[in-house]
Design a binder for this molecule. Structure first.
Ligand code: AMP
Ligand code: GLY
Length: 423
């Protein structure tokens, strides 16, 4: 029997809580700090995801068997090393391993050391040197990335010299990303279509999950500024068996071997953000956690008890753990607040039946929500995620949008083309 602590408060954590709560092995689930959606499946505890000492004290006092970390912040801050040094089991990379996401420059260097295919790049701390590099290269678009964590906002795909120069100035001169942008990585632009492959990894074995595709741009047809993700679907059509095999051989296997060779402990989840062109995958980035909103479409397809998998990860017995998936398709459409991904309006009442208890094929994930005097109101950019499943992706999409037509809050906007590329 298992007492679990889940850290985080977004849609990803609601999706994980929902799955964990379906396990007969669960005795108690705590979510820190959680949201009104996670509260349906466990007990929310008011500890911030960044308060590692308080999380540690809580896990000890509640005799938590396993802690699962949703967001990257605490992982990059070293929560896993802290928990393990106190004898607590926790799913996630060591602080050293979390650099795969925490420093783009470190991550690129790691990929090069281990022959993982990725775009050519160079790193700079000096504005003038960075500008001469792009001038000399004179090849646009070019991609400018803040080295550190920037909540998904640190990347600019610059179409021309002027926008590249201004992105460099923002990071290196105006310190728009504070310390996270003191170093920038300038990367060649990769063409193709993106897909996300998440994997379970225990340091000895790496097992990919079913592939998903995120929709990062705010508007239909992949236009407008990038967001944290406006929706996702799984399976991703672009990930053919050939692509998957290449990802395994060229990305996941060298990643596992590279971590072992460098003595970097990693028992958790790894996420490869890929660009796929003509069935050739290249790594855009690694994340060291479940994706959001990818989790909302991947986890509903998981047949196996997630607690068994988490146990196998922390005991490094993933190789013996069967992992099974449903053939169904799943789609998640994010309902965002007015202004998102810019300045947003919060505090708007949410109308509609979002519990949908009578419908097995559609459920609503909460992300930026809170309760005020018993009324659910908006609090954040990505407010809800509506998830539909079906044997056919087209039907899953239809069901999802039909459910959305029954939900409303002032200023709500969403993309109307989520999953279209998969049909
Ligand atoms: P990242 O945070 O590194 O995943 O970058 C955010 C988004 O920027 C990615 O999802 C891509 O859409 C885009 N991007 C990043 N790097 C590249 C690249 N080298 N070529 C093309 N697009 C990129
Ligand atoms: N969906 C993108 C991310 O989780 O980083």
């Amino acid at each position: 029997m298992t007492r679990l602590l889940l850290i985080g408060s977004g849609g990803r954590e609601h999706a994980l809580a929902r799955k964990l709560a379906s396990s007969p092995k669960l005795t108690q689930l705590f979510i820190a700090p959680g949201n009104p959606g996670t509260a349906q499946y466990g007990k929310n505890v008011p500890i911030s995801e960044s308060d590692i000492p308080a999380l540690l004290a809580f896990a000890k006092s509640e005799s938590i068997d396993i802690t699962l970390v949703g967001p990257e912040g605490p992982l990059v801050a070293g929560i896993v090393d802290r928990f393990e040094s106190q004898g607590l089991k926790i799913v996630g990379p060591s602080q050293a391993g979390a650099q795969l996401e925490g420093s783009k420059n470190w991550s690129k260097a790691f990929m090069i050391r281990h022959g993982i295919p990725t775009a050519k790049s160079a790193a700079f701390t000096e504005y003038a040197e960075a500008v001469s590099y792009i001038k000399e290269k004179n090849n646009f678009p070019i991609v400018i990335k803040a080295d550190g964590l920037a909540a998904g906002k640190g990347v600019t795909v610059a179409a021309d010299f002027d926008s590249a120069e201004s992105a460099l100035k923002d990071a290196l001169v105006n310190q728009k990303f504070k310390d996270a942008g003191k170093l920038v990585v300038i990367e060649d632009f990769l063409k193709g279509e993106e897909a996300s492959i998440l994997a379970f990894i225990d340091g000895k074995t790496i097992v990919p999950m079913v592939a998903a595709q995120d929709h990062k741009a705010v508007f239909d047809g992949d236009t407008g500024p990038n967001t944290g993700g406006m929706g996702a679907y799984s399976p991703a059509k672009i990930v053919t068996p050939k692509v998957l095999q290449r990802v395994h051989e060229q990305v996941l296997a060298p990643l596992l071997a590279g971590l072992a060779k460098e003595n970097i402990a990693y028992k958790g989840i790894v996420y490869a953000g890929l660009m796929i062109d003509n069935e050739v995958p290249q790594v855009i980035e690694f994340n060291v956690r479940f994706g959001d909103p990818e989790t909302q479409v991947v986890v509903p397809r998981l047949k196996t008890d997630l607690i068994d998998i988490l146990n196998a990860i922390v005991t490094q017995t993933l190789i013996q753990q069967p992992i099974e998936w449903r053939d169904d398709a799943a789609v998640c459409v994010v309902l965002a607040a007015k202004g998102y991904p810019g300045d947003i309006e919060s505090g708007k009442p949410i109308d509609g039946d979002i519990s949908r208890t009578s419908d097995p094929d559609v459920h609503v994930i909460q992300a930026g929500t809170t309760l005020q005097d018993g009324q659910l109101i908006t609090k954040g950019g990505r407010v809800l995620g509506v998830v539909g499943t079906d044997h056919s992706l087209a039907t899953a999409i239809q069901k999802t949008y039909a459910a959305i037509s029954e939900i409303h809050f002032e200023g709500m906007h969403f993309r109307r083309d989520i999953g279209k590329k998969g049909i």
